[in-house]
Unconditional design. Sequence first.
Length: 396
Amino acid sequence: MKIKQILLSASLLISAVYAQKNIEYKMPAPGDDVIGEIRYVTPNKHESLADLTIRFEMGYEELKWANPGINPWLLNEQRPILLPLQFILPEGKRSGIVSNIPEMRTYYFLKDSDTVYVYPVGVGRMDWKTPLGSWSITRKQENPAWYPPASIRREHEEMGRGTLPGVVPAGPDNPLGTRVLRLSLPSYLLHGTNEQTGIGMRVTHGCMRFYPQHIEQLYDIVPTNTVVTFLNEPIKFGFLGNDLLIEVHPPLDEDNLSVADLKAKALSQLEQYLEEHPNTSVNYDLVNLAVEQQSGVPIIVGQKSSPFNSQRMQSTNSYQNSNNHAPIELYSTPQPYDIPATTTNSVPSSSQSTQNSDIQVITKEVRLTPDPFEVTVPISVPDDQVTFPEPSYPRR
């Protein structure tokens, strides 16, 4: 029994360390737009998707998008879960705080540093939309009281949830949590929560809801007057070395975009992107497939031209697309979540065997050259050997 308790404590400690490393990244090299890496984890027995999001401090919807077909209430212990920990940075000026509503993530670009923090967040529901635009942090507040607006109090009663008081004092029942960043946009906040299950979902009345430990960290490092920008970018393009990647998230419901609409938006956005990055070959079949999947996982869809690539693109499997871009080879699409449950290439720990690890993280190495879609066999790695990137009345 004591050994099991020790192993469980060690497992929880490893999980906590792993989660903390999920939010701090080094900025990419000049000309690159991608940070992080895809990882896999085997769920614990009887673990649900909601349990997994809290264990690794991630968003609910992002895990659901990246792992289609899973049962969110009872995960299969034999099927590794993809952790979408690779991101294409949003376009535009990379400074201050940038929240992309469709992906339900907030990026904080630390001033005079090569560090960016990435946080999953809860965002405004369709009937309480988070507004788009740029504002600034006007005030930081610890242990705030919440003064529910009349509209929220009325909604609370209409939903049969009882009557909200005029003031909710600081404490475990306060939905704002322990920290608040107030904006120059009245009534909208960046705040913590007393309900962690809503992170990475559209559950708020327009505010940005953070995990308690995340908002406390952000509170400590972000100064007042920092610019905060709310974006609506379901599609992102970016380079990693010579490879062009696309990252597609489901669009907001209120935008009423069909898959065909989203494909047209992707092609229009890509056309503008290629004007700034000429001599890039694109596989439009993969672009369309990424739009159909909307997995939120970056996928390689093209490459910068080079003598090597030009030679490959003259193969019999190449085609000329309708927009007169250079012909490209029709690659098969990588399915990062369709991988074997077990492998023969295990790396034993010096202090603990793989079988004794409560948390088994599986990484998949994707070699970008010479073939961007040549994937090695997944390797099972115990947690102690896992490496990470360097590290007015408010709504709620």
